[in-house]
Design a protein around this ligand. Structure first.
Ligand code: BGC
Length: 339
């Protein structure tokens, strides 16, 4: 398998999901609107070469632990681990050689529930980025005839370890390269979120109510309203870069969020069996790179909806458990459904 190998999922409605072997990186999702007009709704680069050279989190599979682990440290079975540090003092998205930078083995598979599907496999050796256990990860990318792009994760380790995998596509339902997501309406099925303590975005450990704050998306509202809100949590990261606590988490598939661009005529729902979803409005984009349609990738050009366990769970006892016992299976489903 070559890093640059390109794969495509298609269904009868003209939906297409395009990805490459490196990072399982989703480089395009083409979706019709309510008039049948197709747009590419994930931001990124125009070519595979661009994707390989550019921001390697765009659309990528992140692991072994997506999001931040404070100081890259955790304790498991009485042993202390120091992970690779790649984000200020912290560990982010699995370290400087995270799963987003690995070339995955990709194989097309026939599964009855999907119009088309692929299996992506990665074996991460014991001690990779200082994580314990050899971890074998299997990800299924499947596209249904109902316009659902399904990501199913399954991972097994030879030793007790910690894990939190996610997918890092940034969506813009008007189309990549058309502007910011400020005019998108967002609903998040979360009465609570996990506040952060500084620009670097680590969670304080608090689980706070969204009620009466700019983080309240329990009824749909424009993202722009929050981006311009006089709210300390928003100011810290110049946007939204927060984990939301999905209501009623019980391990079954729940609605995490709904994103809509009314004028463009496109709506997407996100479902997951995970307890959290990180909403990130791409505050670090600074227009220095050219993306799709030749447009600069500007601040807030897309919004990532990353289903996950909470950030820094291994150090926060009251957060959901991120421990994967030896030979047991980590499972995670994320569905992006285009209406
Ligand atoms: C995080 C951001 C981070 C970004 C890197 C997101 O998942 O929430 O804080 O800057 O990934 O691409």
């Amino acid at each position: 398998m070559k890093a640059s190998d390109v794969f495509k999922l298609k269904n009868k409605n003209g939906v297409e999901v395009i990805f490459i072997a490196r990072g399982g990186q989703i480089t395009g999702i083409k979706v019709p609107n309510n008039k049948g007009e197709i747009a590419d709704v994930v931001i990124g680069y125009e070519t595979t070469e661009g994707a390989l050279a550019g921001d390697a989190y765009f659309g990528a599979l992140c692991g072994r632990y997506a999001n931040r682990i404070v100081n890259g440290q955790f304790e498991l079975n009485g042993e202390k681990y120091q992970l690779d540090i790649n984000n200020g003092p912290n560990h982010l998205h699995g370290g400087s050689d995270g799963f987003n930078l690995r070339t995955w083995e990709v194989e097309e598979v026939q599964l009855p529930q999907f119009a088309q599907s692929y299996k992506l496999t990665l074996v991460s050796p014991d001690g990779d980025q200082n994580y314990p256990g050899e971890l074998t990860t299997l990800v299924t990318y499947g596209l249904t005839e109902d316009n659902e792009f399904v990501i199913e994760y399954d991972a097994v380790s030879t030793k007790d370890t910690i894990i939190n995998l996610t997918s890092h596509a940034y969506f813009n339902l008007e189309g990549a390269g058309t502007g910011t997501v400020a005019e998108h309406e967002l609903l998040i099925n979360a009465d609570k979120f996990t506040p952060i303590d500084g620009e670097i975005g680590t969670v304080t450990g608090e689980i706070a109510e969204v009620k009466d704050t700019a983080m309240d998306f329990t009824t749909a509202k424009s993202i722009g309203e929050t981006l311009s809100a006089d709210c300390p949590q928003v100011k810290l990261v110049d946007g939204i870069d927060h984990n939301f606590v999905i209501n009623g988490y019980d391990g079954s598939l729940k609605l995490a969020a709904r994103l809509e661009h009314k004028a463009a005529g496109r709506t997407m729902e996100v479902y997951t069996d995970q307890p959290g979803v990180q909403i990130y409005t791409g505050s670090h984009f600074d227009s220095s790179e050219k993306g799709k349609l030749g447009a600069p990738i500007e601040k807030w050009a897309g919004v990532a909806l990353e289903t996950q366990i909470f950030p820094d769970s291994p150090n926060k006892e009251h957060f959901p458990d991120a421990i994967l016992k030896a030979e047991e299976h980590y499972k995670h489903i994320c569905v992006y459904k285009f209406l």
